[in-house]
Write a protein that binds this ligand. Structure first.
Ligand code: MG
Ligand code: ZN
Length: 375
Protein backbone atom coordinates (compact mmCIF):
# COMPACT_ATOMS: atom_id res chain seq x y z
CA UNK A 1 0.00 0.00 0.00
CA UNK A 2 1.33 3.46 -0.92
CA UNK A 3 2.18 5.97 1.79
CA UNK A 4 -0.33 8.50 0.44
CA UNK A 5 -3.12 5.92 0.59
CA UNK A 6 -2.27 4.99 4.15
CA UNK A 7 -2.36 8.65 5.20
CA UNK A 8 -5.69 9.13 3.45
CA UNK A 9 -7.22 6.17 5.25
CA UNK A 10 -5.81 7.37 8.57
CA UNK A 11 -7.26 10.83 7.95
CA UNK A 12 -10.65 9.40 7.05
CA UNK A 13 -10.53 7.14 10.05
CA UNK A 14 -9.71 9.99 12.42
CA UNK A 15 -12.43 12.14 10.88
CA UNK A 16 -15.23 9.90 11.99
CA UNK A 17 -13.60 7.40 14.29
CA UNK A 18 -16.39 5.61 16.02
CA UNK A 19 -18.64 4.99 13.04
CA UNK A 20 -15.77 4.07 10.75
CA UNK A 21 -14.54 1.45 13.17
CA UNK A 22 -17.87 -0.35 13.13
CA UNK A 23 -17.96 -0.38 9.34
CA UNK A 24 -14.39 -1.68 9.02
CA UNK A 25 -15.18 -4.43 11.49
CA UNK A 26 -18.25 -5.48 9.55
CA UNK A 27 -16.41 -5.58 6.26
CA UNK A 28 -13.68 -7.77 7.73
CA UNK A 29 -16.28 -10.11 9.23
CA UNK A 30 -18.05 -10.41 5.90
CA UNK A 31 -14.86 -11.26 3.99
CA UNK A 32 -13.85 -13.83 6.60
CA UNK A 33 -17.10 -15.75 6.54
CA UNK A 34 -17.97 -15.27 2.87
CA UNK A 35 -16.59 -18.61 1.71
CA UNK A 36 -17.76 -20.58 4.74
CA UNK A 37 -21.35 -19.51 4.25
CA UNK A 38 -21.68 -21.34 0.94
CA UNK A 39 -22.96 -24.85 1.53
CA UNK A 40 -23.26 -27.65 -1.01
CA UNK A 41 -26.56 -29.06 -2.20
CA UNK A 42 -24.93 -32.30 -3.31
CA UNK A 43 -22.11 -34.48 -1.98
CA UNK A 44 -20.18 -37.03 -4.03
CA UNK A 45 -17.88 -39.36 -2.07
CA UNK A 46 -15.39 -41.27 -4.23
CA UNK A 47 -13.54 -44.17 -2.58
CA UNK A 48 -10.49 -45.78 -4.15
CA UNK A 49 -10.42 -49.09 -2.29
CA UNK A 50 -6.86 -49.82 -1.12
CA UNK A 51 -5.59 -46.54 -2.57
CA UNK A 52 -2.77 -45.36 -0.33
CA UNK A 53 -0.20 -42.71 -1.16
CA UNK A 54 2.02 -45.39 -2.75
CA UNK A 55 -0.76 -46.33 -5.19
CA UNK A 56 -1.47 -42.65 -5.93
CA UNK A 57 2.25 -41.89 -6.45
CA UNK A 58 2.89 -44.88 -8.72
CA UNK A 59 -0.35 -44.18 -10.60
CA UNK A 60 0.69 -40.58 -11.11
CA UNK A 61 4.21 -41.42 -12.34
CA UNK A 62 2.70 -44.04 -14.64
CA UNK A 63 0.53 -41.29 -16.20
CA UNK A 64 3.49 -39.01 -17.03
CA UNK A 65 3.64 -37.46 -13.52
CA UNK A 66 0.00 -36.34 -13.65
CA UNK A 67 -3.16 -37.06 -11.70
CA UNK A 68 -6.43 -35.15 -11.52
CA UNK A 69 -5.98 -35.17 -7.73
CA UNK A 70 -3.51 -32.30 -8.20
CA UNK A 71 -6.50 -30.06 -8.92
CA UNK A 72 -7.94 -30.48 -5.42
CA UNK A 73 -7.31 -27.40 -3.25
CA UNK A 74 -7.88 -29.07 0.14
CA UNK A 75 -6.00 -32.14 1.38
CA UNK A 76 -6.44 -33.93 4.70
CA UNK A 77 -5.42 -37.24 6.23
CA UNK A 78 -7.61 -39.79 8.00
CA UNK A 79 -6.76 -42.49 10.51
CA UNK A 80 -8.31 -45.73 9.23
CA UNK A 81 -8.15 -48.11 12.23
CA UNK A 82 -11.15 -50.34 13.06
CA UNK A 83 -12.45 -50.76 16.62
CA UNK A 84 -11.11 -54.30 17.03
CA UNK A 85 -8.07 -54.11 14.81
CA UNK A 86 -5.42 -51.51 13.94
CA UNK A 87 -5.67 -52.79 10.37
CA UNK A 88 -9.16 -52.11 9.04
CA UNK A 89 -11.05 -53.94 6.34
CA UNK A 90 -13.31 -52.28 3.77
CA UNK A 91 -16.51 -53.07 5.67
CA UNK A 92 -15.52 -51.40 8.96
CA UNK A 93 -13.95 -48.48 7.09
CA UNK A 94 -16.95 -47.82 4.82
CA UNK A 95 -19.27 -48.13 7.84
CA UNK A 96 -17.19 -45.39 9.52
CA UNK A 97 -17.69 -43.13 6.48
CA UNK A 98 -21.38 -44.03 6.17
CA UNK A 99 -22.42 -44.02 9.86
CA UNK A 100 -19.79 -42.06 11.81
CA UNK A 101 -18.92 -44.99 14.08
CA UNK A 102 -15.89 -47.20 14.59
CA UNK A 103 -16.84 -50.85 14.25
CA UNK A 104 -15.31 -54.31 13.77
CA UNK A 105 -13.86 -55.78 10.59
CA UNK A 106 -16.61 -57.37 8.54
CA UNK A 107 -19.41 -55.11 9.88
CA UNK A 108 -21.84 -53.74 7.28
CA UNK A 109 -23.69 -50.67 8.62
CA UNK A 110 -23.79 -52.08 12.17
CA UNK A 111 -21.97 -51.07 15.35
CA UNK A 112 -19.67 -53.18 17.53
CA UNK A 113 -22.77 -54.86 19.07
CA UNK A 114 -24.13 -55.68 15.57
CA UNK A 115 -26.92 -53.11 16.01
CA UNK A 116 -27.86 -51.36 12.72
CA UNK A 117 -26.89 -47.68 12.50
CA UNK A 118 -28.57 -45.34 10.01
CA UNK A 119 -26.28 -44.48 7.08
CA UNK A 120 -25.79 -41.08 5.46
CA UNK A 121 -27.41 -42.46 2.30
CA UNK A 122 -30.50 -43.61 4.22
CA UNK A 123 -30.75 -40.26 5.97
CA UNK A 124 -30.34 -38.43 2.65
CA UNK A 125 -33.30 -40.47 1.31
CA UNK A 126 -35.40 -39.61 4.37
CA UNK A 127 -34.61 -35.94 3.89
CA UNK A 128 -35.80 -36.04 0.27
CA UNK A 129 -32.43 -36.08 -1.46
CA UNK A 130 -31.72 -38.36 -4.41
CA UNK A 131 -29.12 -41.08 -3.75
CA UNK A 132 -26.80 -43.34 -5.70
CA UNK A 133 -24.12 -46.03 -5.52
CA UNK A 134 -21.64 -46.96 -8.26
CA UNK A 135 -18.92 -49.61 -7.85
CA UNK A 136 -16.50 -51.71 -9.90
CA UNK A 137 -17.08 -54.63 -7.51
CA UNK A 138 -20.44 -56.30 -6.96
CA UNK A 139 -22.92 -53.74 -5.63
CA UNK A 140 -23.35 -55.92 -2.49
CA UNK A 141 -19.59 -55.88 -1.76
CA UNK A 142 -18.39 -54.31 1.52
CA UNK A 143 -17.83 -50.72 0.37
CA UNK A 144 -21.15 -49.96 -1.38
CA UNK A 145 -23.06 -52.32 0.98
CA UNK A 146 -22.06 -50.32 4.06
CA UNK A 147 -23.99 -47.30 2.76
CA UNK A 148 -27.33 -49.10 2.31
CA UNK A 149 -27.30 -52.42 4.16
CA UNK A 150 -27.05 -53.64 7.74
CA UNK A 151 -25.49 -57.01 8.34
CA UNK A 152 -23.23 -58.52 10.94
CA UNK A 153 -21.08 -60.16 8.23
CA UNK A 154 -19.89 -58.78 4.90
CA UNK A 155 -20.08 -62.16 3.16
CA UNK A 156 -23.87 -62.43 3.57
CA UNK A 157 -24.29 -61.14 0.02
CA UNK A 158 -27.82 -62.47 -0.53
CA UNK A 159 -29.08 -60.82 2.69
CA UNK A 160 -27.29 -57.60 1.77
CA UNK A 161 -29.02 -57.66 -1.65
CA UNK A 162 -32.42 -57.78 0.13
CA UNK A 163 -31.56 -54.51 1.90
CA UNK A 164 -31.54 -52.75 -1.49
CA UNK A 165 -35.33 -53.15 -1.40
CA UNK A 166 -35.57 -51.30 1.94
CA UNK A 167 -34.24 -47.90 0.79
CA UNK A 168 -35.51 -46.11 -2.29
CA UNK A 169 -32.05 -45.56 -3.71
CA UNK A 170 -32.42 -43.66 -7.00
CA UNK A 171 -29.60 -45.28 -8.95
CA UNK A 172 -27.22 -48.18 -8.38
CA UNK A 173 -24.68 -49.55 -10.84
CA UNK A 174 -22.35 -52.48 -10.12
CA UNK A 175 -21.84 -56.22 -10.41
CA UNK A 176 -23.40 -59.15 -8.54
CA UNK A 177 -26.59 -59.91 -10.48
CA UNK A 178 -26.62 -63.49 -9.15
CA UNK A 179 -27.17 -62.31 -5.57
CA UNK A 180 -30.47 -60.79 -6.71
CA UNK A 181 -31.85 -63.35 -9.15
CA UNK A 182 -30.13 -66.72 -8.59
CA UNK A 183 -30.50 -67.15 -4.88
CA UNK A 184 -30.72 -69.97 -2.38
CA UNK A 185 -34.25 -68.87 -1.44
CA UNK A 186 -35.32 -68.83 -5.15
CA UNK A 187 -36.58 -65.25 -4.85
CA UNK A 188 -35.98 -62.98 -7.83
CA UNK A 189 -35.29 -59.65 -6.16
CA UNK A 190 -34.93 -57.93 -9.53
CA UNK A 191 -38.66 -58.43 -10.11
CA UNK A 192 -39.48 -57.14 -6.61
CA UNK A 193 -38.19 -53.60 -7.15
CA UNK A 194 -41.19 -51.27 -7.55
CA UNK A 195 -40.81 -47.98 -9.43
CA UNK A 196 -37.46 -49.03 -10.87
CA UNK A 197 -36.10 -49.63 -14.33
CA UNK A 198 -33.84 -52.60 -13.65
CA UNK A 199 -31.56 -53.95 -16.35
CA UNK A 200 -28.21 -55.70 -16.72
CA UNK A 201 -25.16 -56.41 -18.86
CA UNK A 202 -26.73 -59.34 -20.72
CA UNK A 203 -29.76 -57.25 -21.71
CA UNK A 204 -28.41 -53.88 -22.81
CA UNK A 205 -25.41 -51.59 -22.71
CA UNK A 206 -25.19 -49.18 -19.78
CA UNK A 207 -25.30 -46.27 -22.25
CA UNK A 208 -28.69 -47.50 -23.52
CA UNK A 209 -30.54 -47.25 -20.20
CA UNK A 210 -33.35 -44.73 -19.92
CA UNK A 211 -32.71 -41.77 -17.64
CA UNK A 212 -36.42 -41.11 -17.08
CA UNK A 213 -36.58 -39.43 -13.66
CA UNK A 214 -40.06 -40.87 -13.04
CA UNK A 215 -38.25 -44.10 -12.19
CA UNK A 216 -35.27 -45.23 -10.15
CA UNK A 217 -32.49 -47.13 -11.90
CA UNK A 218 -30.67 -50.37 -11.16
CA UNK A 219 -28.07 -51.68 -13.60
CA UNK A 220 -26.03 -54.82 -12.93
CA UNK A 221 -22.71 -54.85 -14.78
CA UNK A 222 -21.79 -58.51 -14.19
CA UNK A 223 -23.18 -61.76 -12.82
CA UNK A 224 -20.55 -61.86 -10.05
CA UNK A 225 -17.40 -59.71 -9.76
CA UNK A 226 -16.83 -57.35 -12.71
CA UNK A 227 -13.61 -58.08 -14.62
CA UNK A 228 -10.47 -55.91 -14.21
CA UNK A 229 -10.10 -52.78 -16.37
CA UNK A 230 -7.07 -54.41 -18.04
CA UNK A 231 -9.39 -57.17 -19.32
CA UNK A 232 -11.90 -54.75 -20.82
CA UNK A 233 -14.12 -53.41 -18.00
CA UNK A 234 -14.84 -49.85 -19.07
CA UNK A 235 -18.02 -48.73 -17.33
CA UNK A 236 -16.76 -46.67 -14.37
CA UNK A 237 -16.36 -43.42 -16.32
CA UNK A 238 -19.74 -43.58 -18.14
CA UNK A 239 -21.47 -44.89 -14.98
CA UNK A 240 -20.11 -41.94 -13.01
CA UNK A 241 -21.30 -39.52 -15.68
CA UNK A 242 -24.75 -41.15 -15.92
CA UNK A 243 -25.21 -41.28 -12.13
CA UNK A 244 -24.23 -37.63 -11.68
CA UNK A 245 -26.45 -36.45 -14.58
CA UNK A 246 -29.41 -38.49 -13.40
CA UNK A 247 -29.14 -37.48 -9.75
CA UNK A 248 -28.63 -33.83 -10.70
CA UNK A 249 -31.87 -33.96 -12.71
CA UNK A 250 -33.79 -35.97 -10.11
CA UNK A 251 -32.47 -34.48 -6.90
CA UNK A 252 -34.32 -31.19 -6.69
CA UNK A 253 -33.37 -31.10 -2.98
CA UNK A 254 -29.82 -32.27 -3.73
CA UNK A 255 -28.20 -35.68 -3.84
CA UNK A 256 -25.72 -38.05 -2.21
CA UNK A 257 -23.61 -40.31 -4.43
CA UNK A 258 -20.85 -42.79 -3.54
CA UNK A 259 -18.60 -43.99 -6.37
CA UNK A 260 -16.03 -46.71 -5.74
CA UNK A 261 -12.92 -47.75 -7.65
CA UNK A 262 -12.97 -51.17 -5.99
CA UNK A 263 -10.20 -53.10 -7.67
CA UNK A 264 -7.14 -50.99 -6.77
CA UNK A 265 -7.43 -53.08 -3.59
CA UNK A 266 -7.57 -56.34 -5.53
CA UNK A 267 -4.33 -55.43 -7.32
CA UNK A 268 -2.77 -54.88 -3.90
CA UNK A 269 -3.99 -58.25 -2.56
CA UNK A 270 -2.59 -59.92 -5.69
CA UNK A 271 0.72 -58.02 -5.28
CA UNK A 272 0.26 -57.07 -8.93
CA UNK A 273 1.59 -53.62 -9.72
CA UNK A 274 0.13 -53.48 -13.26
CA UNK A 275 -3.30 -54.32 -11.81
CA UNK A 276 -2.98 -51.39 -9.37
CA UNK A 277 -1.81 -48.99 -12.09
CA UNK A 278 -4.60 -49.80 -14.56
CA UNK A 279 -7.26 -49.60 -11.83
CA UNK A 280 -5.86 -46.31 -10.53
CA UNK A 281 -5.89 -44.92 -14.06
CA UNK A 282 -9.56 -45.93 -14.49
CA UNK A 283 -10.48 -44.33 -11.15
CA UNK A 284 -8.46 -41.19 -11.97
CA UNK A 285 -10.46 -40.81 -15.21
CA UNK A 286 -13.73 -41.22 -13.31
CA UNK A 287 -12.65 -38.51 -10.84
CA UNK A 288 -11.81 -36.20 -13.76
CA UNK A 289 -15.26 -36.85 -15.23
CA UNK A 290 -16.98 -36.04 -11.93
CA UNK A 291 -14.77 -33.02 -11.26
CA UNK A 292 -15.86 -31.54 -14.59
CA UNK A 293 -19.46 -31.61 -13.33
CA UNK A 294 -18.49 -30.29 -9.88
CA UNK A 295 -16.69 -27.29 -11.42
CA UNK A 296 -19.62 -26.53 -13.72
CA UNK A 297 -22.25 -27.05 -11.00
CA UNK A 298 -20.76 -25.02 -8.14
CA UNK A 299 -23.17 -26.56 -5.59
CA UNK A 300 -21.46 -29.92 -5.19
CA UNK A 301 -18.85 -31.00 -2.67
CA UNK A 302 -16.54 -33.75 -3.99
CA UNK A 303 -14.48 -35.85 -1.59
CA UNK A 304 -11.97 -38.45 -2.78
CA UNK A 305 -10.35 -40.83 -0.33
CA UNK A 306 -9.59 -44.50 0.35
CA UNK A 307 -10.68 -46.88 3.06
CA UNK A 308 -7.11 -48.16 3.69
CA UNK A 309 -3.90 -49.02 1.89
CA UNK A 310 -3.41 -52.54 0.47
CA UNK A 311 -0.16 -54.43 -0.01
CA UNK A 312 2.33 -52.10 1.66
CA UNK A 313 3.02 -51.00 -1.89
CA UNK A 314 6.33 -49.15 -2.25
CA UNK A 315 8.28 -47.51 -5.07
CA UNK A 316 11.83 -48.86 -4.92
CA UNK A 317 15.14 -46.95 -5.34
CA UNK A 318 15.88 -48.44 -8.80
CA UNK A 319 12.74 -46.78 -10.20
CA UNK A 320 12.61 -44.12 -12.90
CA UNK A 321 9.50 -42.18 -13.88
CA UNK A 322 9.02 -44.41 -16.95
CA UNK A 323 10.04 -47.63 -15.33
CA UNK A 324 8.77 -48.21 -11.82
CA UNK A 325 10.27 -50.90 -9.64
CA UNK A 326 7.79 -51.70 -6.92
CA UNK A 327 7.59 -54.02 -3.94
CA UNK A 328 4.99 -55.25 -1.48
CA UNK A 329 5.22 -55.97 2.24
CA UNK A 330 1.87 -57.76 2.55
CA UNK A 331 -0.96 -59.41 0.66
CA UNK A 332 -3.42 -57.73 3.05
CA UNK A 333 -4.23 -54.16 4.12
CA UNK A 334 -1.76 -51.98 6.06
CA UNK A 335 -2.25 -49.42 8.83
CA UNK A 336 -0.85 -46.34 7.07
CA UNK A 337 -2.87 -43.11 7.25
CA UNK A 338 -4.92 -42.20 4.18
CA UNK A 339 -5.15 -38.94 2.16
CA UNK A 340 -8.46 -37.11 1.67
CA UNK A 341 -8.98 -34.71 -1.27
CA UNK A 342 -11.83 -32.18 -1.22
CA UNK A 343 -13.21 -29.78 -3.83
CA UNK A 344 -16.19 -27.43 -3.70
CA UNK A 345 -18.28 -25.69 -1.03
CA UNK A 346 -17.17 -26.59 2.54
CA UNK A 347 -14.07 -28.41 1.24
CA UNK A 348 -11.97 -26.54 3.90
CA UNK A 349 -13.51 -28.80 6.56
CA UNK A 350 -11.51 -31.73 5.24
CA UNK A 351 -8.05 -30.23 5.98
CA UNK A 352 -6.11 -31.67 8.92
CA UNK A 353 -5.64 -35.09 10.49
CA UNK A 354 -8.68 -36.89 11.89
CA UNK A 355 -10.32 -40.29 12.43
CA UNK A 356 -12.11 -41.83 9.42
CA UNK A 357 -15.44 -41.36 11.28
CA UNK A 358 -15.00 -37.58 10.92
CA UNK A 359 -15.65 -37.89 7.17
CA UNK A 360 -19.26 -38.71 8.10
CA UNK A 361 -19.63 -35.78 10.50
CA UNK A 362 -17.95 -33.35 8.09
CA UNK A 363 -20.35 -34.43 5.32
CA UNK A 364 -23.32 -33.93 7.68
CA UNK A 365 -22.03 -30.46 8.60
CA UNK A 366 -21.59 -29.64 4.93
CA UNK A 367 -25.23 -30.64 4.32
CA UNK A 368 -26.17 -28.43 7.32
CA UNK A 369 -28.01 -31.32 8.91
CA UNK A 370 -28.79 -31.17 12.61
CA UNK A 371 -25.86 -31.82 14.89
CA UNK A 372 -25.78 -35.26 16.45
CA UNK A 373 -25.35 -35.23 20.22
CA UNK A 374 -23.60 -38.58 20.48
CA UNK A 375 -23.00 -41.78 18.64
MG1 MG B 1 -14.40 -52.13 -1.75
ZN1 ZN C 1 -8.98 -55.49 0.54
Amino acid sequence: MKKATVSLILLAFMACKAQERVIVKEVIKEVATEKKDIYPKNIILMIGDGMGLGQISAGMYNQGNKTVLEEFPVIGIHKPAAIDNLITDSAAAATSFACGIKTYNGAIGVNADTIPVKTILEEAEERGLATGLVATSTIVHATPASFIAHNKARKNYEEIAEDFLETEIDIFIGGGKKYFDRRNDDRDLLSEFKGYKISHYAEKELQEISLDTNFNIGYLTADADPIPAAQGRDYLVPASRIAVEFLDKKGTNGFFLMIEGAQIDWGGHANNSDYILTEFSDFDKAIAQVLEFVKRDGETLLIVTADHETGGYAIQPESTMDSLVTAFTSTYHTGTMIPVFAYGPQAERFAGIYENTEIYFKMRQAYQWAKLLSK
